[in-house]
Ligand binder design. Structure first.
Ligand SMILES: NC(=O)c1ccc[n+]([C@@H]2O[C@H](COP(=O)([O-])OP(=O)(O)OC[C@H]3O[C@@H](n4cnc5c(N)ncnc54)[C@H](OP(=O)(O)O)[C@@H]3O)[C@@H](O)[C@H]2O)c1
Length: 323
């Protein structure tokens, strides 16, 4: 039974991707869904169970609030316990086959979180990078009978808005730039992290970043003014440059039910150079990363170890200065 651990699948394109997966996959899945709201998480589990009542998928929701590193740590421990509980002689050891890091936020106004960082920095990159530090040992070890596990980062083409790495910290701390700059910067550092994980997990897992297109009908703009949300949902969503929720979800589904073309592409990227993560567009097409990412190489100074991240959030270390 393949195991999928996912963040950000309690609404929007992540939630639809799970529904499509259970409708279309010939496999029986063990899916661990992270949710900051137990009620919402249970609703999703119930909805998914109703889609395939006879298939014996194992669906579990575990609490995770990505604004708190403590919650990330607890989630990782619970994932480990859940995997141990799922182990059986027939199924083998409970390990992760796919880790989908899809949670994301866009905040029109800046409210500082731990260490003075924006919610975008924390949720879109730091906390999920920290989560991967905790979960990497639970990825299924390579064997003749299994392909490599897959780590998927949901990114955004807006990362290409970043023109200078020098300003990233000021933007992510709300001192410079607009809300869109903050979101773009958070997706840029997330991709730096993806590049670093690609190197660190070489031979142990494949790492792919997906840009699902611009989908005005998800809840990503939930904190924007009502009129703006109505405009996005009912008018902007018809614009030719926008992506439908279904197509956005399908961009993730394509990696969960990979057709041969994608599998070949992933294999081609396995040995490519430092930081060069496979970056796919909404139709599964290969896209070019912001060249600044490659110039930074690997994770640069944004994809650090667990202890450094904890220091930064505690207001310690070179990036941890509390205002
Ligand atoms: N929509 C677009 O145009 C677009 C374009 C490019 C990339 N993306 C990316 O696609 C991904 C999915 O976004 P979406 O558009 O589907 O938006 P969405 O409907 O708002 O989904 C965001 C998901 O992230 C979760 N999340 C947010 N903050 C969290 C926290 N503190 N702790 C735990 N989970 C948290 C949400 O949980 P709740 O259900 O509890 O709110 C939800 O499941 C994001 O990474 C986003 O950046 C979206």
């Amino acid at each position: 039974m393949p195991t999928l651990v996912c963040t950000g699948c309690t609404s929007g394109l992540g939630s639809l991707a799970l529904q499509l997966l259970l409708q279309q996959s010939p496999l029986t899945w063990h899916i661990i869904i992270a949710s900051r709201s137990p009620t919402r998480g249970q609703q999703i589990v119930d909805q998914l169970t109703a889609l395939a009542p006879t298939r014996n998928h194992r669906l579990t929701c575990l609490p995770l609030d990505l604004t708190l590193l403590g919650s990330v740590k607890q989630f990782a421990t619970r994932v480990q316990e859940e995997l141990a509980g799922a182990s059986s002689e027939e199924e083998g050891e409970g390990k992760i086959d796919v880790l989908l890091l899809n949670a994301g936020v866009y905040k029109p106004t800046f409210t500082p979180l731990a260490g003075g960082w924006s919610e975008e920095a924390m949720v879109n990159h730091f906390a999920q990078h920290y989560l991967l530090h905790h979960l990497q040992s639970l990825l299924r070890p390579p064997s003749a009978s299994h392909t490599l596990p897959l780590v998927i980062f949901t990114t955004s083409s807006l990362h290409t808005r970043v023109r200078s790495v020098e300003k990233l910290e000021a933007i992510l701390r709300g001192k410079e730039g607009s809300a869109m700059d903050r979101y773009a910067a958070s997706k840029f550092i997330q991709l730096l992290g993806a590049g670093q994980w690609k190197d660190e997990l070489r031979g142990r897992a494949d790492v792919v970043a997906v840009s699902p297109g611009f989908i005005p009908t998800t809840s990503l703009s939930r904190d924007s003014p009502l009129l703006q949300r109505l405009f996005m949902h009912y008018i902007l969503s018809w614009a030719p440059f926008c992506t439908s929720l279904h197509d956005g979800a399908s961009s993730l589904l394509r990696l969960l039910l990979p057709p041969p073309g994608i599998t070949d592409l992933i294999e081609r990227y396995r040995e490519s150079d430092k930081g060069e993560v496979l970056y796919l567009g909404v139709k599964g097409e290969e896209r070019e990363l912001n060249p600044l990412l490659l110039a930074e190489g690997g994770g640069g100074e944004w994809a650090v170890g667990r202890e450094r991240l904890e220091e930064w959030m505690n207001g310690e270390g070179e990036r941890g200065v509390r205002e």
